[in-house]
Design a protein around this ligand. Structure first.
Ligand code: ATP
Ligand code: MG
Length: 185
């Protein structure tokens, strides 16, 4: 009798990860906002998702990394300047009133790249956001906030794992924007 085993899978997404100075600014902003409801996202988990893949067979990870290494887009600056409450996912997030063209191009290239590998990426327009708190159910009126200027010089592939405390993320690989190729955590 042959026994088939399910392939190992990893939950993955492409993202922007804050450097120390952006992280400090994000922490300051959240403190200043004094959010009094919902579940705060641990600051170590702060990120902007570029493309969510979900559970991926481990055998596909190499192809995804090769695809990502072949993508280039110009570095840019993402300015997070709005606080928004998204009612349906019940999240409070920082958003950008303008999406840099090269960031939109990067996401489009990622979507095209994963499509070629057989994934079905989301079709909805890309809306960069950084989730500050979840399970925020009481209405919060959107407003402008002190802009956080995020120099976007690289993008990363992230593994997402659940543990009793919530999600745990690990950056698996990072790729610089604007020429040059690197593929180490
Ligand atoms: P948790 O699910 O434990 O509350 P999480 O949503 O941050 O935490 P994941 O579900 O692994 O963890 O999601 C990783 C990232 O991808 C998050 O930024 C999340 O908002 C985003 N994401 C998750 N599912 C989707 C989806 N179906 N479409 C688009 N983005 C998604
Ligand atoms: Mg989730």
């Amino acid at each position: 009798m042959t026994k088939t085993t399910a392939p190992f899978k990893t939950r993955l997404f492409f993202a922007l990860w804050p450097d120390e100075s952006v992280l400090d600014a994000l922490k300051r902003t959240r403190r200043a906002l004094g959010i009094d409801q919902g579940r705060p996202v641990p600051a170590d988990n702060f990120h902007v998702t570029l493309l969510f893949l979900g559970e991926v067979d481990d055998s596909a990870i190499n192809d995804l990394e090769e695809m990502a290494a072949g993508i280039d887009a110009a570095p840019c600056e993402l300015v997070l300047d709005r606080l928004e409450h998204w009612v349906r996912p019940a999240v409070l997030c920082l958003t950008a009133s303008e999406i840099p063209e090269s960031l939109a191009a990067l996401v489009e290239r990622l979507r095209r790249g994963v499509r070629k590998l057989g994934f079905r990426p989301e079709k909805r327009p890309f809306r960069p956001h950084l989730t500050l708190a979840r399970k925020v159910r009481r209405r919060v009126v959107g407003r402008d906030v002190e802009p956080i200027r995020w120099p976007v010089r690289e993008f990363v592939l992230v593994k997402s794992e659940r543990d009793p405390e919530g999600s745990r993320y690990t950056v698996l690989a990072r790729w610089p924007l604007g020429g040059g190729r690197r593929n180490v955590p």
